[in-house]
Design a protein around this ligand. Structure first.
Ligand code: FAD
Ligand code: THG
Length: 811
C-alpha cells in the first residue's frame, strides 16, 4: 500500500465511494480509500441496505441531495446492470391526518422541484396490485423515486474513481492517528502508516470510534432497525423489480419488491441503541455482493433478528397486503445505522484541523453528499448549502452522550411521524433557560424550544390584550403552536412597549489588537468606526454567497460584540482568528431583553443613568449604562422595526433587569417569539437559514445595501463585484385571501411552479397574510401559492411592507 496520499478516506461504503468519485471527477486523484472489510461489499450498512429512495423531505437540502443522488445512480452501471430502478414511490395514508399531510407533502415536493401527484385508492392499487385498496385513503406518488443498488452503485463509483487514479484498499483497518499541532500527520493502519494532508471519516457506524482516535466527538448514535424479506409470493418479473416502493407511515413501515418476495422495514419497535464499542472491527461478509433476500449473517453491521419486535408490523403488513397472508418471514435482521439529534447528517470539518466528517448519511443522499463533500474538501463552498447538516450546528451540550441518547431515540421514533415544523422535542427539557425563566412561567408563557433554549412563544397573562381586537385565525395546521394572543401581542407592541427575551440569540465577544482587522476581513460592513457604533453586515463565502448576517457593536477600540445566527458563526470567527484576536461565546453567560415599541423610551429613560434621547443615543449606537443597579450594554436596534434597545447584562443580573423593566409602567408587557416573528416579517428583516443561505447573493436577497466594496478587501468582495443582475429574488408576497401559511409552500405563476416560500406569518398591523418567497426576477403576476394542495392567489408587494422609511425606529 502507498505510504502517502493527499486525501485519505476512512470507509469505502456508499459515502466513501461517492466522495472519492467526485474528487476524481474534479481532478483530485491523489486519494486513498481504505476499508477494513472486503470490497465492494464491505459489511458496513451500505452492504445490506434495501436501497429505497424517497426524495421528498421537509428539508429542501435533503430533497436536493436526494435528487442529485437519483441523477447520479441513474447514470451508473456495472457490466450493463443498472444501479437504480426508477420504479416510483408511493406513500399511502390510512388516516385522515395522514391524508391531509400527504397534501402538504405534495406541496413540499412541488416546492423543491420534484414531480409528484396524489392518487386515489384505485390508482394506488393499479400500481401496487397486492394492496388492499380498502385500507387506504390515497397515496402520494413520486415517479422519479426508486430503488438504489447500494453495493453495485459503490462498485460503479469505485471503478470509475480507480480508472481516474484513486486507490482503494480493502482489508485495511485504521487503528489510530499521529497528531501534531492539532493536525493529523499520519494515519496508522494494519498495513502500515500513511501520511495524509486531509482525512475524511466516512466510517458509518464506526465513525465515533474513528473520531475518538483523534479526540473528536461525532454526535451520532448507532441504532438497530428491523428489516425482513418474506418467502416467495409474487410472480418474479423479468427485471429485478417493477413495483413502486411503498411507505405505510401510519405504522412506520416500508415495502419493496425483491424479485418474487417483499422486503419489509419497520421502525415500529423499541429503540435499540448500540454502543460503538460493541461493534466488531472485522466487517467481513466474504460475499462479493450479498443477495438482497438475505445472507447478511456475519456482517458486523447486522445484529440477529428479534422476531417478537416484528410481530405487530408483520400483522399490519398482512392487513395492508393480503397476499402476504400466504407468506412467511424468510430472513430478517436488526441492521445498524446512524441516528442524530435532529435526523440530519453530520458533515464538515472537525475541531482537528484536517479531519473531516461525513456521517449519518443515507443511501438516498449519498450521491449528493459525496459531491458536496468533494467540493468542500477541495476548498470550495458546496453548491448545496449544508447549514442543516453542518457538524458545527451543534453547541457543546449537543455532543453529550446523554443528549444524543435521548434525541436520537426520539428521531428514531419520529422517523415517519407527522412533524409540525414548530413541534418542540419533549426531552430533555428544560435544558437551557434564561434568567427570566421563572418570571416567564409565572406569567403563563408557552414555551417552544430552539437549540436547547426554552423560548416563550406567547404569554397567557396577555389574554386581556385580546379585548376589542379581532385577530385573524390561521387554519388548523398554521394554527398549531399558536394562540390569538400572538396577534394581540403583535398589535400591542406596535402601540405600546414590550419586553422580548432575546437571550437565545448567539453572540460572541471579539477582543484584542487584531479584533478590528478580523471583523473587517470577514464582514462586508464598515466596522472601522469609533466605539459606540453598531453595524449591520453580512459575512460572505469566497464565492460571494451569504454565509450569515450579523450585527457588529464596537464597545471599545479592541472590543466588539457580534450578534450571530448560531454556533456556526462563532466557530467561523474562531477558525479565522490568530493570536491577536480572541473570540469568546458569551451567549450562555449573558442575557438580553429587547425593549421595543413606541413607548420604549418612556420605560428606559427614568431607569437609565444616561441620556437616552434620540439626539444623545441615536439609532445603531451602542452604550454602556445602568438600568437601576444593573450594568447593561444597550444596542439601539430592533429586529421588529420599532423604537427601542437590546439590553444585555450578565446572567446574574437578568432577573433584576426583568423586574425593573416589568415594574416601570407605561403599559410595558412581555411578548413572545410568535409576535416577534410576525413583526420582523412585516418589517422585511430576513432570517438567515430560513430566508437566505450561502446559495444566495446579497443582491438576490435584497441585502446588497449591507455590502461596502469600497472599504477594501474582505472575504467575498471579488465575487460580489462580479455578480450581475440577479436572476431570482427574495420577494414579499401578500396572500390575497388572507390564508396564513407556514413557509416551504410552492409558488406557481400561471399554474407552473416557479419558486417556494421561506418565512410566512400574518402581518397583524397590515391586516395581511405575508410570505417571503424565492422567485425568478421577472415573475410577478398571476401568482398562486398552493397550501395543502389548494390554490391561494398571491401578489408581490413592496418590501418592506411596514414602515419602509424607518420613521418608527428613527425617533
Ligand atoms: P457504511 O456503508 O457502513 O460504510 C462505512 C465503512 O467504513 C464500512 O465499510 C466499514 O468497514 C468502514 N470502516 C469503519 N471503520 C473502519 C476502520 N477503522 N478502518 C477501515 N475501514 C473502516 N438508507 C436509504 O437511503 N434507504 C434505505 O432503504 C435504507 N434502508 C436501510 C435498512 C437498514 C436495515 C439499515 C441498517 C440501513 C438502511 N439505510 C437506508 C441507511 C443506509 O444503509 C446507511 O445510512 C448508509 O449505508 C451509510 O453509508 P456509509 O458509507 O456512511 O456507511
Ligand atoms: N440583533 C442582534 N444581532 C443579530 C440579530 C438581532 N444578529 C443576527 C440577526 N439578528 C441579524 N439580522 C438583522 C436583520 C436586520 C437588522 C439587524 C439584524 C437591521 N437592519 C437594518 C435595516 O435593514 O433597516 C440595517 C440598516 C443599516 O444597515 O443601516 O437592523 O436581532 N444584535
Amino acid at each position: 500500500m502507498v505510504t502517502s496520499a493527499h486525501i485519505l478516506l476512512v470507509g469505502a461504503g456508499i459515502v466513501g465511494c461517492s466522495t472519492a468519485l467526485h474528487l476524481a471527477r474534479q481532478g483530485i486523484t491523489d486519494v486513498l480509500v481504505v476499508d477494513q472489510g472486503p470490497l465492494p461489499a464491505t459489511g458496513g450498512s451500505s452492504s445490506h441496505a434495501p436501497g429505497l429512495v424517497f426524495q421528498t423531505n421537509a428539508s429542501e437540502t435533503l430533497s436536493r441531495l436526494a435528487a442529485d443522488t437519483v441523477a447520479l445512480y441513474s447514470s451508473l452501471e456495472v457490466d450493463g446492470r443498472p444501479c437504480f430502478h426508477p420504479v416510483g414511490g408511493i406513500e399511502v395514508a390510512t388516516t385522515p391526518e395522514r391524508w391531509d399531510d400527504l397534501h402538504r407533502k405534495l406541496g413540499l415536493a412541488t416546492a423543491w422541484g420534484i414531480d409528484a401527484e396524489l392518487l386515489d385508492p384505485g390508482e394506488v392499487r393499479e400500481r401496487i396490485p397486492a394492496i388492499d385498496a380498502g385500507c387506504v385513503l390515497g397515496g402520494l406518488h413520486v415517479a422519479s423515486d426508486g430503488i438504489a443498488k447500494p453495493v453495485r452503485a459503490a462498485e460503479a463509483m469505485m471503478r470509475e474513481a480507480r480508472r481516474l487514479g484513486v486507490r482503494f484498499e480493502g482489508g485495511v483497518e485504521v487503528t489510530g492517528f499521529d497528531l501534531r499541532d492539532n493536525r493529523i500527520t499520519a494515519v496508522r493502519t494494519t498495513s502500515g502508516d500513511v501520511a495524509a494532508e486531509i482525512v475524511l471519516c466516512c466510517a458509518g457506524i464506526w465513525g465515533p470510534k474513528i473520531g475518538r482516535m483523534a479526540g473528536v466527538t461525532i454526535p451520532v448514535q448507532p441504532l438497530a432497525h428491523q428489516y425482513a424479506v418474506t418467502t416467495p409470493v409474487l410472480v418474479a418479473s423479468e427485471t429485478e423489480v417493477s413495483q413502486p416502493i411503498l411507505r405505510h407511515q401510519d405504522h412506520s413501515m416500508y415495502f419493496r419488491q425483491v424479485h418474487d418476495r417483499y422486503g419489509i422495514g419497520s421502525y415500529r419497535h423499541r429503540v435499540m441503541p448500540v454502543s460503538t464499542d460493541e461493534l466488531s472491527p472485522t466487517a467481513a461478509s466474504g460475499t462479493e455482493a450479498p443477495p438482497e433476500g438475505g445472507g447478511w449473517k456475519g456482517m458486523a453491521s447486522v445484529h440477529p433478528f428479534t422476531p417478537a419486535d416484528f410481530a405487530g408490523p408483520w400483522r399490519e403488513a398482512r392487513r395492508l397486503l393480503p397476499v402476504l397472508r400466504d407468506a412467511e418471514i424468510g430472513e430478517g435482521m436488526n441492521g445498524l445505522f446512524l441516528f442524530t439529534a435532529d435526523g440530519m447528517p453530520v458533515l464538515g470539518r472537525s475541531e482537528v484541523d484536517n479531519l473531516w466528517i461525513a456521517e449519518a448519511v443515507w443511501i438516498t443522499h449519498a450521491g449528493g453528499v459525496g459531491r458536496a463533500m468533494a467540493q468542500w474538501l477541495a476548498g470550495r463552498t458546496p453548491d448545496v448549502d449544508l447549514r442543516q447538516a453542518d457538524l458545527r450546528r451543534f453547541d457543546d451540550f449537543a455532543r453529550s452522550p446523554a443528549y444524543l441518547a435521548q434525541r436520537s431515540a426520539q428521531s428514531f421514533r419520529e422517523v415517519y411521524d407527522i412533524i409540525h415544523p414548530q413541534q418542540p422535542p419533549e426531552r430533555p427539557r428544560p435544558l437551557r433557560t434564561s434568567p427570566f425563566h421563572d418570571r416567564q412561567r409565572e406569567l403563563g408563557a408557552v414555551f417552544l424550544e430552539a437549540n436547547g433554549w426554552e423560548r416563550p412563544h406567547w404569554y397567557g397573562c396577555n389574554e386581556p390584550l385580546l379585548e376589542g381586537r379581532d385577530i385573524a385565525e390561521p387554519g388548523p395546521w398554521a394554527g398549531r403552536f399558536w394562540s390569538p394572543i400572538v396577534g394581540a401581542e403583535h398589535l400591542a407592541l406596535r402601540e405600546r412597549v414590550a419586553m422580548v427575551d432575546m437571550t437565545p440569540l448567539a453572540r460572541a465577544e471579539v477582543a484584542g489588537p487584531g479584533a478590528e482587522a478580523l471583523l473587517d476581513r470577514l464582514t462586508t460592513g464598515r466596522i472601522d468606526r469609533p466605539p459606540g457604533y453598531v453595524t449591520y453586515a453580512l459575512m460572505l463565502t469566497p464565492e460571494g454567497g451569504i454565509r450569515s448576517d450579523v450585527t457588529v457593536a464596537r464597545l471599545g477600540r479592541d472590543h466588539f460584540q457580534v450578534g450571530c445566527n448560531g454556533p456556526r458563526d462563532i466557530a467561523w470567527l474562531r477558525e479565522n482568528t490568530d493570536a491577536d484576536a480572541q473570540v469568546r461565546d458569551i451567549t450562555g453567560g449573558t442575557c438580553c431583553i429587547g425593549l421595543w415599541g413606541p413607548r420604549a423610551r418612556d420605560v428606559l429613560a427614568p431607569l437609565a443613568d444616561v441620556d437616552v434621547s434620540h439626539e444623545a443615543f441615536g439609532l445603531f449606537r451602542a452604550r454602556r449604562l445602568h438600568v437601576g443597579e444593573v450594568p447593561v450594554v444597550a444596542l439601539r436596534l430592533s429586529y421588529v422595526g420599532e423604537l427601542g434597545w437590546e439590553l444585555y447584562t450578565s446572567a446574574d443580573f437578568g432577573r433584576r433587569l426583568w423586574d425593573l423593566l416589568a415594574a416601570s409602567g407605561h403599559g410595558v408587557f412581555p411578548a413572545g417569539r410568535g409576535a416577534f416573528n410576525g413583526l420582523r416579517i412585516e418589517k422585511g428583516y430576513r432570517a438567515w437559514g430560513t430566508d437566505m443561505w450561502t446559495e444566495h447573493t446579497p443582491a438576490e436577497a435584497g441585502l446588497a445595501f449591507a455590502v461596502k466594496p469600497d472599504k477594501g478587501p474582505f472575504v467575498g468582495r471579488e465575487a460580489f463585484l462580479r455578480q450581475g443582475e440577479p436572476a431570482r429574488r427574495l420577494r414579499c408576497l401578500r396572500v390575497d385571501d388572507g390564508t396564513v401559511l407556514l413557509g416551504s409552500e410552492p409558488v406557481l405563476a400561471d399554474g407552473v411552479p416557479v419558486g417556494f416560500t421561506t418565512s410566512a406569518a400574518y402581518g397583524h398591523t397590515l391586516n395581511a397574510s405575508l410570505a417571503y418567497a424565492w422567485l425568478p426576477t421577472h415573475t410577478n403576476t398571476n401568482l398562486t401559492i398552493r397550501y395543502f394542495d389548494q390554490p391561494h392567489p398571491a401578489t408581490v408587494i413592496d418590501d418592506p411592507a411596514f414602515d419602509p422609511r424607518m420613521t418608527r425606529m428613527r425617533r
